[in-house]
Design a protein around this ligand. Structure first.
Ligand SMILES: Cc1ncc(COP(=O)(O)O)c(C=O)c1O
Length: 460
């Protein structure tokens, strides 16, 4: 007779595990089916939430179904629903169910993706996913990578690898670079005078001439340039820096080119996006977030490096307690490609998505996100109340209403948020307040956009 376990490690019986699991699946499927009927965002009162979710440390066992219902009815109702078709704020997260299934399966088996010895299967899934994604984005063969929690950690990982390869040197970024880059540079020990913030042009792009001039000025001053950071799709406006030309400057100056494509790089999956992002593939390191525009549930961010071995050279560690973990050719310890040793397999969800939907569906869904911003722009241009500030670029459009100040923009956003119909954020573009729509959810309709614009206009 096989020796079946009757319970999990802490005593939950198998039948109960099964029943609770089915309950969770049903709720999640209902969320995918009916989520658009609810609000796009709702915030919570801190005291009320603590009251409903807190209390003293539970000493005695409790009913897991009651606990699950509390999470569902309280915690999951008070948050942004980044997968809602009218969630246009910040960066939406239009997740897909095959990704959720992959995540659940890996978590259910407690799969560890640290070392080949401890997880040859998960490591191979990660290698395969990285190859598939590199092919999807048109990256050169030989690119290597690692999956981390998101853009912030991916940027930090890439910049740490760049610093390890090239040594100390000044980092150049733009006034539109995502804040996570500066935070990573500071955390990595870059002093304030080793970080140059360069002005962008009228389209909010970093120009190659600006980079070349700043590098030349530093060399004249006896300083050592090191890393140039380009952005493939800024968070504010979707602008793409002059990547091809910046790559030439980096090549002739011997500088590391890091491209932050956390938001925009997935657009390279479709032809229209690939054209806009030309030059991204020349980066020494590139970041791309599947949990943004590649339909993966949180969390997943990817670091790609152009040259094999870059990540291991920066991060590999061989302490005595891991000495018996020997690597054979073709095998990888992902714990040696970044800062995380123990790490779950984030690759399963991406593998499941690619196997289930196929690259063609993903390409079409990404293209749709770009088109939706173009539709939004047309609606804005056709309405005399609005004025476009930056045109549709990689799924983002910004606009304003003449006569509105920053407080009016913020108030319109707040009114929409309170209503729950849609979620939109405002931003400031060179001091000009603007509203911003990020339209990367392929389930969004033109009516969703028109309804949101109409309510925004009436909100003030
Ligand atoms: C361009 C860019 N880089 C980095 C990040 C940070 O990514 P994450 O929130 O996954 O850490 C973002 C987030 O919106 C982003 O838009």
């Amino acid at each position: 007779m096989p020796d079946h376990a009757e319970t999990d490690a802490l005593g939950m019986p198998v039948d109960e595990m099964r029943a609770l699991g089915y309950w969770v699946v049903d709720r999640v499927v209902e969320h995918f089916r009916d989520g658009a009927d609810g609000p796009a965002i709702s915030s919570g009162d801190p005291a009320e939430l603590r009251e409903l979710l807190g209390g003293p440390l539970p000493e005695q066992p409790g009913d897991p179904l009651v606990a699950l219902r509390t999470l569902l009815d309280v915690a999951l109702q008070r948050m942004q629903h980044g997968d809602h078709p009218r969630y246009f704020a910040r960066v939406p997260g239009p997740s897909s169910y095959a990704g959720v299934l992959g995540e659940w399966l890996g978590t259910g088996f407690n799969a560890l993706a640290s070392s080949w010895g401890g997880g040859a299967g998960p490591a191979t899934v990660e290698l395969v996913v990285l190859d598939w994604l590199a092919a999807l984005l048109g990256l050169p063969s030989g690119a290597e990578g690692v999956i981390v929690s998101g853009g912030s950690l991916a940027n930090m990982t890439a910049l740490a690898a760049a610093r390890a390869e090239r040594g100390a040197g000044i980092a150049y970024l733009s006034d539109q670079t995502h804040a996570s880059i500066r935070r990573a540079l500071v955390a990595l020990g870059f002093a304030a005078d080793e970080i140059r913030t360069l002005a962008t042009d009228e389209l909010m792009r970093l120009r190659a001439t600006t980079v070349a001039e700043a590098v030349a000025a530093d060399r004249r001053a006896g300083r050592r340039p090191g890393i140039v950071i380009g952005t493939a799709g800024t968070t504010n406006t979707g602008a793409v820096d002059e990547l091809e030309q910046i790559a030439s400057v980096c090549a002739s100056e011997g500088l590391w080119l890091h491209v932050d494509g956390a938001y925009g790089a997935p657009a390279a999956a479709c032809d229209a996006g690939r054209a806009v992002l030309a030059g991204m593939e020349l980066a020494d390191s590139l970041v791309m977030d599947p949990h943004k525009w590649l339909f993966a549930p949180y969390d997943a961010g990817i670091v790609f490096v152009r040259r094999a071995g870059t990540l291991e050279r920066a991060f590999s560690m061989r302490p005595e307690y891991l000495a018996d973990v020997q690597l054979a050719p073709g095998t990888v310890d992902f714990g040696n490609r970044g800062l995380e040793l123990s790490r779950r397999t984030r690759a399963f969800k991406l593998w499941m998505m690619l196997r289930t939907y196929g690259a063609q569906s993903i390409r079409a869904a990404v293209r749709r996100g770009m088109e939706l911003a173009e539709i939004a722009q047309r609606l804005i241009d056709a309405d005399p109340r609005w004025r476009c500030v930056t045109p549709a670029q990689l799924g983002i459009v910004t606009f304003t209403r003449d006569g509105w100040d920053a407080a009016d923009h913020a108030a319109a956003v707040a009114a929409l948020t309170a209503d729950g119909y849609a979620a939109v954020t405002s931003t400031s573009l060179r001091g000009q307040p603007a509203l911003r729509l990020c339209t990367i959810n392929p389930r969004t309709t033109e009516a969703d956009i028109a309804g949101t614009l109409g309510r925004l206009a009436r909100a003030r």
